[in-house]
Design a protein around this ligand. Structure first.
Ligand code: MG
Length: 246
């Protein structure tokens, strides 16, 4: 049986740039789909944000939200039972913590460290911190499993959050706080589900530190931007992935 090719793609600074438009990545996504790839978004972005991009790009399969916190699988996508919480037509395998708990943990230390994050920012502040247009900022504020710290006045909050059993990781733009999960853990789980059906060949493209655990679990990793990773091949931009893969 020919292996199924599965590619995990980061969003911020990998597929989308500073204007957050889905347009520039349209062609590369279409090319990957035409080449028979299963395209799986794996990003720190929320369910609502990823639905926006998936709709724009015509993606129909599973996707991973909020830094490995939730694996969303369309109902009936796999011909076997997948255990998970039912949300809006998806079976969701939840690996992270509920948002309420993470928000509470941040509230406890926000003043001490001068933290600003979605949960204590207004829509206008979110737009200013992120550069997101209003409609996308609203989608980003619709959080289920994680927080994003935009600004801090003192160091040391990492340790405090670790002490509360949470994880802190650096994304392309900001610092993410999740439960005990990462993009790699979620990708591995999804790859195991695909592997029940056929042999899989796995790929990933990302740019940030939070993509490093993802690079560890795939066969072929590619990195864009300024960082390096021993397992990831450097490419200039997402468009180059097609040349390198074929
Ligand atoms: Mg990124």
């Amino acid at each position: 049986m020919r292996p199924k090719k599965i590619i995990f793609l980061d969003l911020d600074k990998t597929l989308i740039g500073d204007d957050y438009s889905p347009e520039p990545a349209m062609e590369v996504i279409k090319s990957l789909l035409r080449a028979g790839f299963e395209v799986v978004l794996n990003s720190s972005k929320t369910f609502s944000e990823q639905e926006y991009y998936r709709r724009a790009w015509g993606l129909k399969g599973p996707f991973i939200v909020e830094n490995g916190s939730g694996v969303f699988i369309p109902e009936g996508y796999f011909p076997f039972r997948v255990d998970g919480r039912r949300i809006a037509g998806y079976q969701v395998i939840e690996l992270g913590e509920r948002y309420e708990r993470i928000k509470k943990a941040l509230e406890d230390i926000a003043e001490e460290y001068g933290l600003k994050y979605y949960g204590n920012s207004t829509l206008e502040e979110v737009m200013a911190f992120t550069g997101l247009p209003k409609e996308l900022a609203k989608l980003a504020m619709d959080r289920m499993y994680s927080e994003t710290i935009f600004r801090w006045e003192r160091e040391g909050f990492h340790e405090k959050l670790l002490g509360k059993g949470l994880r802190v990781s650096r994304g392309s733009r900001f610092v993410n706080v999740t439960g005990d999960t990462d993009k790699g853990k979620a990708a591995k789980l999804l790859l195991d589900l695909y592997s029940k059906l056929y042999p899989v060949e796995s790929y990933a493209v990302g740019d940030g530190e939070n993509d490093f655990p993802l690079f560890e679990v795939v066969g072929h990793a590619f990195i864009v931007g300024g960082l390096t990773h021993p397992k990831a091949k450097r490419i200039r931009g997402i468009e180059e992935v097609l040349e390198v893969i074929e």
